[in-house]
Design a protein around this ligand. Structure first.
Ligand SMILES: O=C(O)c1cccc(C(=O)CC[C@H]2O[C@@H](n3cnc4c(=O)[nH]cnc43)[C@H](O)[C@@H]2O)c1
Length: 239
C-alpha cells in the first residue's frame, strides 16, 4: 500500500489493528502489518510512505517491489492510496474514488494544436487499468465511485486548467500526484495495481480554505477497514 506522506500511511494503518513491524529498505521504509482475520485468511500488508509526486513514488514503490521479489515473497497487488482533488459534481469532498483507469495527464508535448500525450509521440504509456473485478469489489465494499484517476506533477489551481482536463478526460473523478508512478513501478514487475483517493479538495481554482484533509483521512481509514475482505478474497487470476 503506497501513500505519498506518513499521515496518509498512518490513516491507512489505523484500519489494520495488528502492530506494524518497521523494515528499512534501500530508499524506503516499510511498515509491515496484516489484515485482522485469523489464518488462513490473514494477508500480509506492507505500508509505504512513498513520497510526493510520480517520480519519487515510482522509485520507492520499485524499491519495495524489488525487495519483496528478492526475498521470495513478491506482492500480489500494489495499492496507491491517498487524499486527492475531486472533479465536481462526480466526486464531492469526503467521497472516495476507486480508479478503473490510472492516467497521467501531463506526460507528453505541448503543440500549437494542443497537448499530445506521449503515446501519440510514439512511446511510453499513459494509462494503467486495474483489474475490473477488484475495482468492482472495492466499490461495492466501500461505496467508492468508479472513474479515472488523473496523475499530475502540478496540482490544478485554475478553472481553465480543470476544464481542459475535464475536456480531455471526461471520466476523470480524481486528481493526485502519485498513482501513475506507483502503477508504472508495479507494471514493470507484472504486479496488478489499484488506486484509491479520498477527496480532500475540489479540482479547480486554488482555495486552501476549502480543503477538508481531516475528513479525507477519516474516509481513507474507513475505506480500508471495509475493503480488507475484498482484498483478501481477490486472486490475481480473477482479473
Ligand atoms: O497549494 C495548493 O493549492 C495545493 C492544492 C491541493 C494539493 C496540494 C498539495 O500540495 C497536496 C499534494 C499531495 O496531496 C495529493 N493531492 C491532494 N489534492 C490534490 C489535488 O487537487 N491535485 C493533485 N494532488 C492532490 C497529492 O497526491 C499529493 O500527495 C496543494
Amino acid at each position: 500500500m503506497a501513500t505519498a506522506v506518513p499521515v496518509e500511511r498512518d490513516a491507512v494503518a489505523q484500519a489494520f489493528p495488528r502492530p506494524a513491524q518497521e523494515l528499512p529498505l534501500p530508499g524506503a521504509v516499510l511498515r509491515r502489518t496484516a489484515t485482522a482475520a485469523g489464518p488462513p485468511a490473514t494477508a500480509v500488508v506492507d505500508l509505504l510512505a512513498a513520497g510526493v509526486g510520480p517520480a519519487r513514488a515510482a522509485a520507492s514503490t520499485a524499491a519495495a517491489l524489488t525487495a519483496a521479489a528478492l526475498d521470495g515473497g513478491p506482492y500480489d497487488l500494489v495499492v496507491s492510496a491517498g487524499i486527492g482533488g475531486g472533479f465536481a459534481p462526480g466526486a464531492p469532498l469526503g467521497s472516495l474514488v476507486v480508479a478503473d483507469a490510472i492516467t497521467v495527464a501531463d506526460l507528453g508535448a505541448e503543440t500549437a494544436d494542443g497537448f499530445l500525450p506521449v503515446t501519440e509521440l510514439g512511446f511510453g504509456t499513459v494509462t494503467h487499468r486495474p483489474p475490473e473485478s477488484l475495482v468492482r469489489a472495492v466499490a461495492e465494499a466501500t461505496g467508492a465511485r468508479i472513474g479515472t484517476a488523473l496523475t499530475v506533477s502540478t496540482v490544478t489551481g485554475t478553472a481553465d486548467r480543470a476544464a481542459a482536463l475535464r475536456a480531455r478526460h471526461p471520466r476523470a473523478l480524481a486528481e493526485g500526484m502519485e498513482g501513475f508512478g506507483v502503477a508504472e513501478a508495479a507494471a514493470a514487475q507484472g504486479v496488478p495495481v489499484l488506486e484509491i483517493r479520498a477527496i480532500s479538495n475540489p479540482v479547480g481554482p486554488r482555495d486552501r480554505a476549502a480543503w477538508r484533509i481531516g475528513d479525507a483521512l477519516a474516509a481513507l481509514t474507513a475505506a480500508f477497514g471495509k475493503l480488507a475482505p475484498a482484498l483478501e478474497s481477490w486472486k490475481p487470476h480473477d482479473q
